[in-house]
Design a protein around this ligand. Structure first.
Ligand SMILES: [Zn+2]
Length: 519
């Protein structure tokens, strides 16, 4: 293009245009100034909502009005996972508040993968305080199921601390029941980060530091929010306790980085596989995903149908589901399941030889989204509370769909006959004890079956309507909190209008249930 000098007439025209532009600019500035003044004289803009980044994963109306975000820990995890080698390299930033009511020098994080029942290898490689990046000491404790981090300075009561922890994990490859590690092409990675031990609020013993027995649930944690990035080979599917926000190509060719957030969650869990497929559907506005191995496609589709029915039933019987997505996945936990926030493991035997138990197992596990994820539980001190509620919720689901005969079959076959067997063979013991009071033979018999008979005795004494009101009130009062059995009994008395003490003494505190096998 050739540039020529403008003629005089063009110059005039340009001057006029310039004048107009200046006038326009003047008015623009005037309006801006007026708008700014109006802003100053009115109320200041609201502070940004610190929970905003997590809303994709949960419904904010599920939080109680008194929810204390500031004292809820926040995790930021950056993980690189090599699934072929079953290796996890992690950098974790965790923000938390000293709730002990005293000065704290020692902070505890759990290294659960080192438990013999999980069979992994987890080690911390560096711990720093933030923002200064100051390296602090750490040492294994509790048979290497925890690390004690010793600060340079005491942490004042109610003061916040940010720690940065580098860590590595090697997950095992195993046969049979596998909760942690790889089996049948599914790499299961719960507990795969340094989880803060649960704080007690008790200055004498500020941390929960029990070692879980082999037959019991593992994690004792506090509710937290998670923001997690995971880098892994792009041909792997990853299923987590969070909702995926984005994924991008990683710097390594053929690898991908996924970003997730959770709602208020008791823990973070992941499952990785090259072989898992996914089918989804929407239930009452929430996305339900079923993941299954290709060879189990039909059972994977039935699992989705059952999950949808279960979710809708509990939504209506109890309270709206708190998260925006629900996942179930075929898992190498044989005929058993396991609950994590938003994500439920359904044992692969129920996709194959034990297909007749799949629906009940799904009903049990998904109910834990209410009795564990929403209303917190203490798997060490009161394992019966959430397991009994989960068992009895499954009865409510079956009764709602298939009628009273289906409920009767559950009472008899799943609870009464096993409890009678336990009595006859010397395995009966009070249900209301901490987890160490049981063994691998009677744990489920007592903590699941006999505990379920306690809830069933309340259900039958109160009737369906009053019993559901009790459960709804229990959820309403304790959502995203962790109540005790006494809190539950108080609600039975207050809302259910009956005194639960005699039934509680018979089924939970007593060595035997009522004579003559009361229903
Ligand atoms: Zn359970």
């Amino acid at each position: 293009m050739i540039q020529v000098y403008p003629k005089a007439a063009d110059m005039k025209k340009r001057l006029l245009q310039m004048k107009r532009s200046l006038l326009f600019l003047f008015f623009l500035l005037l309006f801006g100034l007026l708008a700014a003044l109006a802003g100053c004289s009115g109320s200041p803009p609201p502070p940004p909502d610190p929970m905003e980044p997590y809303y994709p994963a949960f419904h904010k109306e599920s939080l109680p009005a008194d929810f204390d975000f500031d004292s809820t820990p926040r995790y930021n995890l950056q993980l690189k996972i090599d699934p072929e080698k079953r290796l996890v390299f992690g950098k974790q930033r965790v923000h938390f508040r000293n709730l002990s009511g005293r000065l704290l020098r020692d902070i505890y994080v759990r290294q659960y993968p080192n438990l013999p029942q999980l069979g992994g290898l987890m080690k911390l490689t560096a711990v720093r305080t933030l923002p200064d990046g100051f390296a602090v000491g750490f040492a294994p404790e509790l048979e290497n199921s925890a690390a004690r981090i010793t600060l340079i300075d005491d942490l004042e009561p109610n003061a916040d601390l940010d720690l940065e922890i580098d860590f590595e994990i090697l997950a095992p490859q195993k046969e049979g029941y596998v909760l942690f590690g790889e089996s049948e092409g599914i790499l299961s990675l719960p507990y795969a980060y340094p989880m803060l031990a649960r704080q007690t609020g008790d200055p004498v013993s500020p941390w929960r530091l029990e070692i879980p027995p082999v037959f019991a649930d593992i994690a004792i944690t506090d509710l937290a929010f998670y923001s997690v990035t995971v880098t892994l080979p792009e041909d792997y599917l990853i299923i987590t306790s969070g909702v995926e926000i984005t994924h991008t190509a990683a710097s390594d060719p053929g690898w991908k980085t996924h970003q997730f957030v959770t709602g208020p969650a008791r823990e973070w869990t992941m499952v990785l596989s090259k072989d898992l497929q996914e089918v989804s559907r929407t239930v009452d506005g929430n996305l339900v995903n079923s993941h299954y191995l290709s060879r189990d496609e039909l059972a994977g589709e039935s699992a989705l149908a059952y999950s949808a029915a279960v979710l809708r039933t509990y939504d209506r019987l109890f309270s709206p589901y708190p998260f925006t997505e629900l996942d179930i996945t075929e898992a190498p936990t044989r005929y058993l399941g396991m609950e994590y926030p938003k994500l439920n493991y359904i044992g692969l035997d129920t996709y194959r030889s034990a297909a007749n138990t799949q629906e009940y197992l799904i009903a049990h596990e998904i109910s834990h989204q209410w009795w564990y994820a929403l209303v917190g539980s203490d798997p060490y001190r009161y394992p019966w509370l959430d397991e009994g509620l989960a068992e009895h919720s499954s009865l409510l689901y079956m009764e709602t769909l298939y009628g009273p005969e289906a409920a009767d079959r559950i009472r008899t076959q799943r609870w009464e006959i096993p409890v009678q067997w336990a009595k006859k063979h010397g395995y009966d013991t009070p249900v209301g004890q901490e987890v160490t009071a049981f063994n691998s033979t009677n744990y489920e018999l007592m903590v699941y079956a006999k505990s379920a008979l306690f809830f069933d005795s309340l259900y039958q004494a109160m009737g369906r309507e009053a019993y559901l009101k009790v459960l709804q009130a229990f959820i309403d009062r304790y959502r995203f909190k962790t109540p005790t059995p006494d809190d539950f009994l108080a609600i039975v008395q207050e809302v259910g209008g009956i005194d639960p003490t005699p039934m509680y003494e018979e089924w939970i505190l007593g060595k035997s249930g009522p004579q003559g096998n009361g229903r």
